[in-house]
Ligand binder design. Sequence first.
Ligand SMILES: [Zn+2]
Length: 72
Amino acid sequence: MPLYEYRCPTCDHRFEVLQRLGDDASGLACPACGAARVDKQLSTFAARGASSGGDAFASAGCGRPACGTGFT
Ligand SMILES: [Zn+2]
C-alpha cells in the first residue's frame, strides 16, 4: 500500500497516509487542526527510498528478520 503525503493549507501541517491506489483526499482531515480540506503532495515514497538506504528497498531479501524474508 503506497504512502501518500498530504499538506494542510490551513495550518501548513504535513502528514502521511497509507492509502490504496486511486484513493483521494475525500474523508481525510488534518490531524493537527481538523480542517476537512487537505492537499495531496507528490508521493515521497520513491524519493525517500532512492535517497537513503535505497538498497534495502531494492533487494527482495535484505537478510534481516524484520524483512520477513529471512524467516523460516
Ligand atoms: Zn491543519
